[in-house]
Design a protein around this ligand. Sequence first.
Ligand code: PLP
Length: 378
Amino acid sequence: MGFATDAIHIGQEPDPATGAIIVPIYQTSTYVQEELGKHKGYEYARTSNPTRAALERNLAALEGGRFGFAFASGMAAINALLTLLKSGDHVLAGHNLYGGTFRLFERVLTNFGLSFTYVNTCALDQVQAALRPDTRMVFIETPTNPVLEITDIARVARIAHEHNVPVAVDNTFMSPYLQRPLELGADIVVHSTTKYLNGHSDGVGGAVILNDSAMAERLRFNQNAAGAVLGPMDSWLVLRGVKTLAVRMGQHSSNGMAVAEHLAAHPKVKGVHYPGLESHPQHALARKQMKAFGGMLSFETGSLENAKVVLKSVKLCSLAESLGGVETLISHPATMTHAGVPPESRSRIGITDGLVRISVGIEDAEDIIADLDEALRH
Ligand code: PLP
């Protein structure tokens, strides 16, 4: 079946008890057993819950993976994944990860004996050079936030696999509709479902999807042992969101392209980062590994003052962190999402004080463009 069909149906069969077409929210902490050792497959809701199980099956299918695990947030998912490693292990990571991921790695997991090296994973020689005998995972994000740099997933996987190292890809910015890392050779996909998968800015969640059954068993054990599971109501919200993922991502992508092209031609805009533009340095790679280019872009206003004026003047675009919802959000990476990144690292990555990021929503593209035009007039 096609992606849109799978998104609507896998894991979401009519409820066997009532025929309800929508998976019920099983808001329960425990399950009554018929007699000692005889139950219906569910014993306690931290271990498993039918609503969460439906979502886990659905997300695994959409990423083309065998096993899915849903967590209380994207960070909880990434943390759970890293519990598969042990003290003394080394992780090779992208140099421009989501700030919360960098914070978890550097400020929390280093305390447990994990070590991290950060390289520009777009440069394959840097990946090759930074792999060590104790490297146990490569962790990348592509495209990166907010300058939309692209890493060649297939080639990174090939290099890592020569050293028997698994590759994890944070696919939050793309969603499985636009990019399927497992098909490109990656071993693990992580998501903040808070973003495009849920899509409606009304829940926080995360997921890990993978194929290796031994790794999946350990993750299942650790998910239950540590317990940062996604609740049934939030699982249901993501299931509801995923049903429209294909149409939403199509619209995010066409609106993203329209806004990017418009900004690129605007006399007050000094540059636009969007992988769909032919001017993007990795446009050819983006075409190869992504189905379309998504709704995330950033543009250069030239100064902090100019950025402040734009952010204050927009009316339809909402000034807020986060991304991936149906509504257009606008933000200032240097002082918001990337405020914790030291200024020299920010400038190395290309996050200037004049850079503005947009999570282009699915409103009418003309309205988003008119709002930005008006803000840029000031
Ligand atoms: N990964 C990426 C790429 C993100 O943008 C975020 C949040 O912004 C996360 C992970 C963390 O997800 P959550 O906020 O759901 O914990």
